[in-house]
Design a protein around this ligand. Structure first.
Ligand SMILES: *Cc1c(COP(=O)(O)O)cnc(C)c1O
Length: 375
């Protein structure tokens, strides 16, 4: 028995005929930039999220950057303003902030849900705070109602980093429809993945959507008329066509991911493994199934020896990266402990029942007696 962490080929092979047909449609259309493929997907994804607008982007990082840039255009943000971000996130969240000449202020997550909370964010607010970027890490929605109340009290903008949370909801309101805007990534490994790079912003703010659309197209609304200093960051029509095929199946995949997670949560009973906290079924779409253990090297080695591939998300927090040596002095003990404890188990929607049973069995057999073997 072999269990890969993520089998992208198998995931996409399920729709191969439709993906090929969609690809052929784009080739034969003769339109390879900003075609109706893009606007159809934007419309379908806005509808999925329940928002009025969706603007495609080249990737998730650009979706974040362009939203911050658009708020600058609107005069809501200026260089040097503070943006509250989780200490434990993928580096892109922080890159978007620093690239926009804004200052990241890191807050600690809750150690069981891995998510920031209104309580931790509150402590980080200063007169310079202008934006909060809640990251729905691993596919679970941050508790948005209290966070939005706090944001309103302090007149802060909320930009959801929903790159890992397509389809997650609180009281039927989906990720992407809580903040003033949200950034999505359709990187191939995400729950809704393209066959290359792709991203999008969702919002209910028409003006913001229009500016982001122009920013992604060299700051232009009309050919050769450049209103803003823009980017070249457009959703590719081929990727839009691929995403259209896969969006129709996203809810099925979420259902499968929830079933896998349910089995892990019910059947992994090893005291050396601490399971993730799932606050509500609809709230989590299980982009990743991340456990904690004080014996990570040994557990990962044990699983590898038993043909179970695992990954670490993430082995190094942004403020400890070479790129951010200026923040290396910061002390974020919860974030820093998590980077040594977390381990992601396979949660690929094409996993077989036998593979899943195998992973669970290997987790349950693991004991600290293998001590030394994998250090
Ligand atoms: C993947 C990801 C991004 C960046 O998306 P790309 O499409 O790879 O640029 C941003 N934030 C988080 C939390 C992510 O997981």
């Amino acid at each position: 028995m072999k269990v890969p962490f993520l089998n992208l080929k198998a995931i996409n092979q399920r729709y191969e005929t439709e993906l090929l047909a969609a690809c052929e449609r784009v080739i034969k259309s003769g339109w390879y930039i900003q075609s109706s493929e893009v606007s159809s997907f934007e419309q379908a994804f806005a509808e999925f999220c329940g928002t009025n607008y969706c603007v495609g982007a080249a990737n998730g990082l650009d979706a974040l950057r362009m939203t911050l840039a658009a708020w600058k255009v609107l005069g809501l943000l200026k260089d040097g303003d503070e943006v509250i971000v989780p200490g434990n996130t993928f580096i892109a969240t922080v890159l978007a902030v620093t690239d926009s000449n804004l200052v990241p202020v890191f807050v600690e997550p809750d150690p069981d849900s891995y998510l920031i909370t209104a309580a931790t964010v509150q402590e980080a607010i200063t007169e310079k705070s202008r934006v909060i970027i809640p990251v729905h890490l691993y596919g679970q929605l941050v508790d948005m109602p209290p966070l939005l109340t706090l944001a309103k009290q302090h007149n802060l903008l909320v930009l959801e980093d929903a790159a890992q949370a397509h389809g997650a909801a609180i009281q039927s309101k989906l990720a992407g429809n809580w903040g003033h805007a949200a950034a999505f990534s359709f990187y191939p490994g995400k729950n809704l993945g393209a066959l290359g790079d792709a991203g999008a912003v969702t919002t209910n703010d028409l003006k913001l959507a229009e500016i982001i659309h122009a920013l992604g197209n060299y700051g232009s609304e009309q050919k050769y008329i450049h209103k803003y200093q823009g980017f070249n960051s457009r959703l590719d029509p081929i990727q839009a066509a691929m995403l259209g095929v896969k969006l129709a199946r996203l809810n099925d995949d979420i259902r499968i991911r929830r079933k896998i997670a349910q089995r892990y949560l019910a059947e992994i009973k090893n005291p050396l493994i601490r399971l993730p906290e799932c606050l509500d079924v609809e709230r989590h779409v299980w982009h990743l199934f991340v456990i904690k253990t004080d014996h990570r090297t040994k557990l990962q080695g044990w699983l590898a020896d038993n043909n179970v591939e695992t990954m670490i998300h993430y082995p190094c927090a942004p403020h400890k990266q070479g790129a951010y040596s200026k923040y290396a002095h910061l002390s974020l003990p919860i974030t820093e402990l998590l980077q040594y404890q977390v381990l992601s188990l396979p949660i690929d929607p094409t996993l077989s029942v036998e593979q899943l049973t195998w992973v669970i069995a290997q987790c349950n057999i693991f004991s600290a007696d293998v001590e030394g073997l994998y250090d």
